[in-house]
Design a protein around this ligand. Structure first.
Ligand SMILES: Nc1nc2c(c(=O)[nH]1)N[C@H]1C(S)=C(S)[C@@H](COP(=O)(O)O)O[C@H]1N2
Ligand SMILES: [Mo]
Length: 320
């Protein structure tokens, strides 16, 4: 199984273009050095054995029939071992490194333009908001894709706990910052912590989802435990992992990738096969575990649910 997955990565890795290539030469070299170091790590058992999982009895939750797929799910083994999580290194092989992250307890802050700023433990959140399961597509800007059963709840249900003020226009998300556990965060030339943002209208759309689990279990660390965003109509980098802080604000957040490469990555990042990345086409994608290539769809197949969010915004760069 593992051998097979690794072989698939080898193939994929030689074909995909990488977000990290946007970086300047110094950063790029640092990234390659790190990748080589990671590849040299001994292959340990990858299962994250018990112990730190948060409330496994709550998963998968009831399947929401409004969110199904017309193509097969990605094999769990692949979706949980081919990852982008730059806090733990620039390669796809960060499973071992990510196990250093302490996820229990996990304080989540919701603050800014809200009636009730709060710091709440993620375990309290998953016990308070009913967990459901949804099947979503995921399209990485690097042109690979996956099809995943997420468990969690609508982002809106989480934000409602803090009662956002009418004056809030954006939601800013921030990942943990802890170089002791995530060594790549000691590289000061990257703009840590990882930040992402949505408009309040996007955040209130039913598709915007907070995942605390996948494949019927609590999230594994490599996939962004204990709590991450999932916005399936946008490129995967918007789906920020291991969130510590959510801030309602009237200022548009500048995201991690936008800060690193503003000519290549922007605020909106909606999937559109007709708008190429400056360095590669976005017309097709390679489903993980599948050697073929399939056409990418506008808003990653979710135009019916989200296209209305962008009417009258023609002046904005909506698709990168
Ligand atoms: N904090 C953080 N969140 C992140 C990333 C990251 O490097 N750090 N990578 C993003 C990218 S580019 C993608 S494609 C998805 C990958 O999620 P997965 O590893 O669960 O497939 O996570 C996104 N969220
Ligand atoms: Mo991505």
């Amino acid at each position: 199984m593992l051998t097979r997955a690794r072989r698939i990565w080898d193939v994929i890795d030689h074909r995909v273009t990488d977000e990290a290539l946007a970086l300047d030469r110094r950063r790029l070299l640092a990234g390659i050095g790190l990748g080589a170091a990671m590849a040299a790590l001994p292959l340990r058992a990858r299962a994250q054995e018990g112990g730190e999982l948060i409330a496994p009895e709550l998963y998968p939750g009831e399947r929401n029939p409004a969110f199904t797929l017309d193509r097969p799910l990605t094999e769990e083994k692949i979706a949980t071992s081919y990852n982008n999580f730059y806090e733990f290194g620039g390669s796809k092989d960060i499973v071992d490194a990510a196990q250093a992250l302490t996820i229990r307890p996990w304080a989540l802050t919701i603050d800014g333009m809200v009636e009730e700023p709060m710091e709440i433990d993620v375990e309290a959140v998953v016990r308070r908001i009913p967990i459901e399961e949804r099947l979503y597509r995921h399209r990485c800007v690097e042109a690979w894709s996956m099809d995943v059963p997420w468990s969690g709840f609508p982002l809106k249900a989480l934000l409602d706990l803090a009662r956002p003020l009418g004056s809030a226009q954006y939601v800013r998300f921030e990942t943990f910052l802890n170089p002791d556990e995530a060594p790549a965060q000691a590289q000061s030339w990257y703009p840590w912590p990882y930040v992402e943002g949505l408009t309040v209208a996007e955040a209130a759309n039913d598709l915007a989802f907070i995942a605390t689990g996948m494949y019927g279990k609590p999230l594994l660390k490599q996939n962004g435990a204990p709590i991450r965003l999932v916005t399936p109509w946008k490129y995967g980098f918007k789906s920020i992992k291991s969130i510590r802080r959510i801030t309602l604000t009237d200022e548009r957040p500048v995201s991690y990738w936008e800060e690193l490469g503003p000519s290549e990555y922007g605020f909106w990042a909606n999937v559109n096969p007709e708008v190429p990345h400056p360095r590669w086409s976005q017309a097709f994608e390679r489903p993980l575990g599948d050697f073929g290539s399939v056409p990418t769809r506008l808003f990653n197949g979710y135009a019916e649910q989200v296209a209305g969010l962008y009417s009258g915004m023609d002046g904005e760069q909506l698709y990168r």
